[in-house]
Design a protein around this ligand. Structure first.
Ligand code: ZN
Length: 349
């Protein structure tokens, strides 16, 4: 089986939202969601980025935005600031869940590529602690404390406003150039990431935010879970101009599996087969080269297609890449090797 390393999941948020029996949900599954230990093993997944994310309060406009995304055009308004104290508490709770999984002996929170490869050899899931939206970092100094707790990857914003910048709103069809980018505090946060060699994730940043990171950071530019705007005009996808900037730094994009970002018609509905992904991958490879493309599933955080109902079905996707004409070496690069070399280029600079 081909090993897989994945650029993004929201499993910890699902675990906390479900409330009871986290070790049972992890160890045996509860029949919901996309990820648990048995399904990761069945899919060949040996590790990935586990996101810390804090929810916004429910929208008060009475509109079912989830439903709206099934029928573009749509433009979900950007969520406002959330309470950073509450967000910090919530993210600590998610971190405690990951720590619990580590103490169960089935997962390892990894701080280096060598630790990831050691976990792989030991048959444990290799987890990178990632924060999606820096609301858990009250001031840039607090990043040092999260670093000590194992944080090695940070998206300064989710699709929401915070002290560090403005995220990109969910909209289709619409350009990611949606407003101001990073604040002064946001720019300082990127400098702190650079100093600590914490990966900066471009996913959920708008065009100006991506430009700001590109100006400040000396690391390869990365989006852990996005697609190509040329293939689907979602604000969450990267334009050719952005892909060119990423390519110029030897960076990488993890393909997001979310149906609404993959489909050409932008509908947040499952599809049959894997054609939308193949179109995005062809385009990303053309723009970033064979070393610049990987996977960033968004499992437990997005609508999956019929043929990829969960992580256990990943071998089907890899089969479709072979049928599409990708060679064995390229498939291994996309599945896991590109993530390993990108992480070395980021963390071991
Ligand atoms: Zn995301």
């Amino acid at each position: 089986m081909i090993p897989v390393f994945d650029g993004h999941n929201d499993f910890l948020q699902r675990l906390v939202a479900e409330g009871a029996d986290p070790l049972k949900i992890w160890g045996e599954g509860d029949g919901t969601g996309h990820i648990d230990l048995p399904r990761l093993k069945k899919g060949g997944v040996f590790g990935g980025f586990f996101a810390l994310w804090a929810p916004s309060p429910p929208a008060e406009d009475g509109i079912d935005w989830q439903k709206k995304q099934e029928n573009p055009p749509y433009a979900v308004p950007l969520d406002g600031l959330i309470d950073t104290g509450k967000a910090t508490g919530h993210m600590l709770q998610l971190t405690a869940m990951l720590d619990l999984l580590e103490r169960s002996g089935t997962l390892s929170i990894c701080r280096s590529v060598d630790e990831i490869l050691a976990a792989k050899d030991a048959g444990k899931i290799a987890a990178i602690l990632h924060m999606e939206g820096a609301e858990g970092i009250i001031t840039p100094e607090v990043l040092h404390v999260w670093y000590r707790m194992g944080l090695r990857s940070l998206g300064p914003v989710w699709s929401r406003q915070n002290a560090y910048g403005y995220g990109v709103p969910f909209a289709f069809p619409a350009d990611p150039d949606s407003g101001p980018g990073l604040t002064d505090a946001g720019k300082e946060l990127i400098r702190t990431c650079d100093e600590l060699r914490v990966l900066v994730d471009l996913a959920h940043l708008n065009a100006k935010g991506v430009e700001d990171v590109a100006k400040i950071s000396n690391a390869p530019l990365v989006s852990t879970h996005s697609g190509a705007y040329a293939m689907a005009a979602s604000t969450r996808n990267l334009t050719d101009a952005q892909l060119e900037v990423i390519a110029g730094t030897g960076g990488l994009v993890g393909l997001n599996f979310a149906a609404g970002f993959a489909r050409q018609d932008g509908r947040r509905l499952p599809f049959d087969g894997f054609d939308p992904y193949l179109r995005h991958l062809d385009h990303l490879i053309e723009k970033l080269g064979e070393d610049g493309v990987a996977l960033g599933s968004d499992f437990d955080g997005a609508q999956m297609p019929h043929d990829l109902p969960d992580a256990a079905a990943l071998p089907r996707l890899l089969d479709s890449l072979a049928q599409h004409g990708y060679g064995a070496e390229l498939i291994e690069k996309i599945a896991w090797k590109n993530w390993m070399s990108l992480l070395r280029r980021t963390w071991e600079r």
